[in-house]
Design a protein around this ligand. Sequence first.
Ligand code: GLY
Length: 409
Amino acid sequence: MTTAAPQDRHSALVESGVSTRVRVAVIGGGIIGLASAWQLARAGCQVTVLDPGVAGGATHAAAGMITPSSEATFGQEALLAASTASAGRWPAFAADLAADSGLPIDLRREGTLFVAADHDDEQVLARQARLLERYHRAVERLPSRAARRLEPALSPRLAGCLVIEDESAVDPRRVAHALRIAITSRGGEFRPLLARPELRDRRIVGAEPAVEPTRRSVEPVGHARPHSSHADVTVLAAGWATSGLAAHLGLRVPIRPLKGQVLRLRPAAPDVLHRIVRASVHGRFVYLVPRSDGEVVVGATSEDVGADPSVTAGAVHDLLHDAIEIVPELSEAALVESTAGLRPATPDNLPVVGPSGVDGLVVAAGHGRDGILLAPLTADAVVAHVLGLPQPEHADHFDPRRFGTQEDE
Ligand code: GLY
């Protein structure tokens, strides 16, 4: 199928007098769909977000870390560059969102301590420090006694610590709430509907009601069958479900669910932690993310088990064990929530953002562990793709067409 450049399409619409306002349907109301819809609305587009449960998936589970350095791994230079660029966008993104929504966005910028539980775990820290030094990232090695001066609640038995200053966190649920308000305040609409791209005459003309595999027909709203949302451009931002929706159109977008189980604890005393604490605990990773309301988010498993949303006893046990080993007083905290989210993971760990190969359809999905972190850069890239503007730097590795077509399989 052919793809007209978005700019050509926009110019054609304006010249024909059909529309001076690009209509965009965004399928999926997770952090990526919401951030994209908001930036599109700010750019003057008329947006409709279609999702039966806005911000109810991976966004609801996410800890909200904006931590490009501590999550960096060897061989992922493109992801590190994009993550760093997006982390740099977060302060302005948060300030604009606060202004548009009227809600404060609590971007906590205290940085990360990466700690080791034992001497083998120290090797993990040493490897991370070497990686960050290779890419000229600021990282400081501290003896654990000095780490406890920064975070007195840390266990006295830790084997080592890295300080990574330039990292932050937000509460994704609050950000999603603010995005909903900001989109609405910019004239955007929400439709609580399971939707898929609507193909007509070899191009996508909007979003139409989809049938859940478990249902025999589309759920009626009142007595009427839900109607399509017509659009000049449709953005497919449906997380791990993107793969199946794209396959309907003959597109190959390999995104699989990668389960993450996450806990929320409420310690008896406020301010147990100030910084994000990431730890290697006898070869297993755990992270602790403090919120300004006193809660501590503890995550996360990484399970390649398909679309299984269950919370398991073993995962809760392991997360609690590791969290308490690093911060012993968390044993007194109330366990207020256990959640499982399904991250949208790709084979190369890079997201899938850009023209799909079918006219009228842009994809924005596959952000894996980095949805919150990469939301600002992704939203900028989506605006550029929809309106035919230059791509932001570092988003060029996200091209959905890098996986070829279904025919190549
Ligand atoms: N970014 C943290 C996680 O996905 O668990």
